[in-house]
Design a protein around this ligand. Structure first.
Ligand SMILES: [Ca+2]
Ligand SMILES: [Ca+2]
Length: 162
């Protein structure tokens, strides 16, 4: 099965297919799966990702949603992959776990893990480095907008396009 060009939005038919794949997964109950089924979804998305990248996404969902992923969240994410800015915003909003609008050192450490998958150069980056780089209005904090821009900068396109 050929990989898909992820810079193009999914069509209605493809979304319907993804919904069917999701609902056919072994752990699917009430349109919710356990993240153990997540790798099968990435294959269903025809998203060219390395096993390490899939593992990092799986860990991302595991930590954020207690090991569960709903169909609605999955489809939202799948549909936002094509547009880096949407994708970045999506992750930035979710990275702010306590929803105070600001990214703390602790919140940064989990987003960093995922971002390293996109850009290994980020390895070893400290929270202080991150604030220095991302805090464009220089108020000493990184807000959602600033994080979104920062993610956009480091996100990569599908590997086949590099
Ligand atoms: Ca926060
Ligand atoms: Ca700021």
């Amino acid at each position: 099965m050929a990989f898909r060009d992820m810079t193009i939005p999914y069509t209605d038919q493809e979304i319907q297919d993804l919904r069917d794949i999701f609902r056919s997964l072994p752990t699917c109950t009430n349109d919710t799966i356990l993240t153990t089924d997540f790798p099968a979804l990435v294959i269903g998305m025809r998203y060219e990702r390395t096993p390490e990248q899939i593992q990092a996404y799986q860990k991302y969902w595991l930590e954020r949603n207690g090991g569960k992923l709903t169909l609605a969240d999955f489809l939202d994410s799948a549909q936002s992959v094509y547009k880096t800015s949407l994708y970045a915003k999506d992750y930035a909003v979710k990275a702010d776990k306590n929803q105070d609008g600001v990214i703390s050192a602790e919140e940064f450490s989990s987003i960093l893990e995922l971002m390293q998958v996109h850009d290994p150069k980020l390895q070893g980056r400290s929270y202080e480095d991150f604030v220095k780089e991302a805090d464009t209005n220089e108020d000493g904090e990184v807000d959602i907008e600033e994080l979104t821009k920062w993610i956009e900068k480091y996100s990569t396109r599908p590997q086949s396009e590099q």
